[in-house]
Write a protein that binds this ligand. Structure first.
Ligand SMILES: [Zn+2]
Length: 146
């Protein structure tokens, strides 16, 4: 998918947070997530040897703190000018289970593009699909047409 103006603005938001808040080894990546109605939530990773959360998960938590349960697009940006960073495997699974249709911004800064999370994790385990009595957690929604 091609980048929209709102996608570029989301990259700028994550970049700004990375510049402002990622100034130690504890916080090295910033994420920004947008809702369909245009609200933006940001977060930074919380590094810890026990497995601190990635920036994407912190942004999801920030959104949930405000009662937001639907995200349209998400992006992560590294500190020290590293640009957009694709989500790690764990985040791909979290995003896929929580927001089955979320768009993810990936690629080098001069060729950014948007993909659906399902494209980043094809043929994956889907938690909600495996519940015998139906989903009790994140509810899957059909993938929209591009
Ligand atoms: Zn991650």
């Amino acid at each position: 998918m091609t980048m929209r103006d709102t996608d570029r603005a989301l990259v700028q938001a994550a970049t700004a947070v990375a510049r402002l808040r990622c100034r130690s080894e504890n916080h090295t990546v910033a994420a920004a997530a947008r809702t369909t109605d245009g609200r933006v939530f940001t977060g930074v990773n919380v590094y810890h040897f026990t497995g601190g959360p990635c920036a994407e998960v912190v942004a999801v938590g920030a959104a949930a703190t405000q009662g937001v349960t639907e995200l349209e697009t998400i992006v992560a940006v590294g500190d020290r000018g590293r640009g957009v960073i694709p989500p790690c495997g764990r985040c791909r699974q979290v995003l896929r289970d929580y927001f089955p249709t979320v768009r993810v911004i990936v690629g080098p800064m001069d060729a950014l593009r948007v993909v659906h999370v399902a494209e980043l994790l094809p043929e994956t385990y889907v938690w909600a699909d495996q519940q015998v009595d139906g989903p009790t957690g994140p509810v899957p929604t059909p993938r929209p047409a591009d």
